[in-house]
Design a protein around this ligand. Structure first.
Ligand code: 13P
Length: 254
């Protein structure tokens, strides 16, 4: 089965101005539209969501970085999944480790993932261990996170999810400190097995499992070929136009 690879740009709380955001988006879109073998999801801060021209045309999409689980009402500061969708989003990151560090729980991630699906967004559900211990306790951490974060997801929707595996110790580092491709491959197999136990073999085969954490021009091709990742989630390098457009070209050539 051919699954289209997905490259997700997580801009986090960057850039500073709408003008910079629009320029970055235009550069990504211009490059990506000539790269038919990848889908690209750009996730800007929510305030910039409405700025971009023709999102969702071709293979370049907009994603949110988070959504709230309620559909509307008195929730100051929150944004509903349907509101993100109405402003052009087709994807949303859910349960990023930087949000979990601010107190987000697996249960909330599960509520948000369900709300995103209801609104027609594709959730990109993040999991990842804080440290790798030689005794393998991180396998238990990943299993518990996956099971609880996907607790409310019906079997019928499972294969449409994207699971982003981001080991916390690799985030924000450089390519030398990223996880090596062999370990990424092994971990993706493990995640697929946990997914299969919960949702069945067929869904596990179809779900896209991507890697994030210090993905750079130098390691993207190996992560996607040897690591067998169905895509990548890119942080700091998604803000550097020349690096990110080179990464898209590498991904398209894998
Ligand atoms: P870096 O690519 O900066 O390591 O960030 C990874 C990440 O957190 C993407 O969501």
């Amino acid at each position: 089965m051919i699954k289209k690879k997905i490259i997700v740009a997580n801009w986090k709380m960057n850039p500073k101005t709408p003008r910079e955001a629009a320029a970055l988006w235009d550069a990504v879109r211009r490059t990506a539209r000539n790269l038919p073998r990848v889908d690209v999801a750009v996730c800007p801060p929510a305030v910039f969501l409405g700025l971009f021209s023709s999102p969702g045309r071709g293979n370049v999409f907009i994603g949110a970085q988070d959504v709230f689980w309620e559909q509307g009402g008195a929730y100051t500061g929150q944004i509903a999944a349907a509101q993100m969708a109405a402003c052009g989003a087709r994807f949303t990151i859910v349960g990023h480790s930087e949000r979990r560090a601010l107190g987000e729980t697996d249960e909330q991630v599960s509520l948000k993932t369900r709300a995103a699906l209801k609104a027609g967004l594709t959730p990109i559900v993040c999991v990842g261990e804080m440290t790798r211990d030689s005794a393998g306790a991180f396998f238990g951490v990943l299993t518990a996170q996956l099971q609880a974060s996907l607790d409310l997801i019906p079997r019928t929707a499972a294969s449409s999810l994207v699971i982003a595996y981001e080991p916390l110790w690799a985030i924000g580092r450089n390519f030398r400190e990223a996880m090596d491709s062999q370990t990424i491959h092994e971990t993706i197999i493990f995640i697929r097995k946990v997914f299969a136990d919960k949702f069945g073999q067929e869904a596990a085969k179809r779900v896209r499992i991507i890697y994030g954490g210090a993905v750079e021009p130098k390691n993207i091709a190996a992560i996607m070929s040897d690591g067998r990742a169905d895509g990548v989630l890119v942080g700091h390098k998604s803000l550097v136009v020349s690096d990110f457009t080179n990464m898209l070209k590498s991904a398209n050539a894998v």
